[in-house]
Design a binder for this molecule. Structure first.
Ligand code: ADP
Ligand code: XUL
Length: 528
């Protein structure tokens, strides 16, 4: 019988680098290792808070590419000492926070080829950077650049039709444009603009890596249908940008092998490296969504609602995004920045634990007697709110339990309202992320959507998705394809035997309350 193979999925998220290792032995497939490195704790010398470098301007969010590189070095050392038989690694792939960009100078190509395995990785990477920091998805400082790009290509609708999204502050095009405008010399000294995903893949293979359509569609630069750079948007972003962009390859492409640096430093084999992707496309397969009809709600640092779509139905003027999916289909996604963050702010304001928070939900009536909160503690992505501020309609800040219910109901109604554009008939929701541990929150979501909610134990859904992509691509490579349904069914199973089901009476209450919520949102946005 053949030896079992190992597949590694890495995920460089906002706050941590995680790895999930799966073992495949014939029909037997299982997760054999999960491990995470929290940036703030393990690499405090970079001075990040929640993975982001402190700034005086709340609209600016940048992080450190060197910190991500060092985390990769630490992770590989950890894997090398994990007891795994490294010689059995068949393929590695990865996932990374979307939209973030890393700027490398013209020496990077040659330097990637001769990374010095006797020294820490960062020593070789530092001289490659043409910009010491990387803007990340929490940045909202580029509204002017978004307007300029949209105007140059003929409007937001045209941009959305081609690239899958209207111009968004955190998307890479606007970030590149801002760098070009603020630091023309730095931009001129940039030879390659990588996404976080393609940057880390480059460090693994020892040369510039391409990127995949899933992460490419988070840039406002790629034509969502042809998977090629859309020249009008590229021209609108910054001069000479086309030559600085990586190439785009299918999500199952093998982009190289683990380079000599890693072989010499940690004894890794020259295993295949499958192109990395964004964390949302990876999570799509990591939570088992390989067909249209179900959606996932991820309750993490941010909240996201996403689902597979057979066709690229774009939200022409609105809030949603269409990305490429690892299966070759499409995915729709709406992102809310005030996710766990807002829930934590309410919890902490009343000195509660998560159990108190759950109790407060249980003690208050669904619909909260018609009272509404707009929980914009930080700048919000959906709907776009530049200047944060919490708005309360009919609810006193002194009412602890009422405020708990209000934040959860507002978030659930916003998720339902702002994912309608996907036109997916939702009867089943896969819930993931830290806050999915809270059944009270999931009950409100079930009632608002009128759908069954299943909990999945996928704290590492993006890393798992990356490992599954490595498995899928390796089999394709050997002309032995495995169906996506077959791949996910072995790894992605609900935590419970029965779902959280909607109460029809509560669903009725939320149908009318969502109209009230919509009016409150409109009023707040028009006042500013
Ligand atoms: P990330 O986006 O960083 O991967 P996670 O999915 O790990 O985030 O979620 C972490 C968040 O989960 C924490 O910030 C915390 O607010 C939230 N959380 C953890 N346990 C609970 C709970 N019982 N109820 C509500 N939220 C919770
Ligand atoms: C999606 C988005 C976030 C990041 C988080 O558009 O900005 O989900 O990918 O890592």
């Amino acid at each position: 019988m053949s030896r079992p193979s190992l597949y590694i999925g890495l995920d460089s998220s906002t706050q941590s680098l995680s790895a999930v290792v799966i073992e495949v032995h014939g029909e037997e497939r299982r997760v054999v290792l999960q491990t995470s490195i929290l940036f703030d704790e393990v690499l405090p010398q970079y001075g990040t808070r929640h993975g982001v470098l402190p700034q005086t301007d709340p609209a600016v969010a940048v992080s450190s590419p060197l910190m991500w590189a060092e985390a990769l070095d630490v992770m590989m050392e950890r894997l090398a000492h994990s007891g795994l038989d490294l010689g059995r690694i068949a393929a590695i792939s990865g996932s990374a926070q979307q939209h973030g960009s890393v700027y490398l100078n013209a020496s990077a190509g040659a330097r990637l080829e001769r990374l010095d395995s006797t020294r820490p990785l960062v020593d070789s990477v530092a001289p490659m950077l043409s910009r010491p920091v990387a803007p990340v998805w929490l940045d909202s400082s580029t509204s002017a650049e978004c307007q300029q790009i949209a105007a140059a290509v003929g409007g937001q609708r045209t941009l959305a039709t081609h690239t899958g999204s209207r111009a968004f502050e955190r998307f890479t095009a606007a970030q590149i444009r801002r760098f070009h405008l603020m630091d023309p010399e730095g931009y001129a000294g940039t030879d390659r603009v990588h996404l976080v995903s393609s940057f880390l893949a480059s460090l693994l293979i020892g040369r510039h890596s391409p990127l995949d359509p899933g992460d490419g569609s988070g840039m406002n630069l790629m034509d969502i249908a042809s998977h090629e750079w859309w020249q009008p948007a590229v021209d609108a972003a910054a001069p000479g940008l086309h030559a600085k962009l990586p190439s785009i390859v299918p999500a199952h492409a093998v982009v190289g092998t683990v380079s000599a640096f890693w072989q010499d430093r940690y004894g890794l084999p020259p295993a295949k490296v499958v192109v990395w992707s964004g964390d949302n496309p990876c999570s799509l397969v990591g939570v088992g969504l390989v067909r249209e009809g179900r959606i996932a709600i991820s309750l993490g640092t941010s909240d996201t609602v996403f689902g597979l779509m057979n066709d690229p139905r774009v939200d022409a003027a609105g809030v949603g995004h269409v990305f490429g999916a690892p299966t070759g289909d499409f995915m729709g996604l709406t992102c809310f920045s005030n996710g766990s963050l807002a829930r934590e702010r309410v919890r902490d304001a009343y000195g509660m634990t998560w159990s108190d928070f759950a109790r407060a939900l249980a003690l208050t009536p669904p619909g909260n007697e018609g009272r509404i909160m707009l929980p914009w503690f930080e700048p919000e992505i959906t709907p776009f709110v530049a200047r944060p501020g919490v708005r309360r309609f009919g609810i006193s800040p002194d009412d602890a339990a009422g405020n708990v219910r209000a934040v959860v109901e507002a978030q659930s109604m916003a998720m339902a309202l702002h994912s309608r554009w996907m036109s997916v008939e939702v009867d089943t929701i896969h819930a993931t992320g830290g806050a999915a541990a809270n059944p009270g929150i999931l009950q409100v979501i079930a009632d608002v959507f009128g759908a069954d909610v299943w909990r999945f134990d996928v704290t590492n859904s993006a890393a798992l998705g990356a490992a599954l992509r490595a498995l899928h691509a390796d089999h394709l490579h050997h002309n032995d394809p495995i169906e996506w349904d077959d791949i996910v069914s072995r790894f992605v199973r609900p935590l419970d035997t029965i779902p959280i089901t909607p109460d029809p009476r509560c669903n009725e209450i939320y149908r009318s309350l969502t109209n009230v919520y919509t009016a409150c949102e409109r009023q707040a946005l028009s006042i500013g």
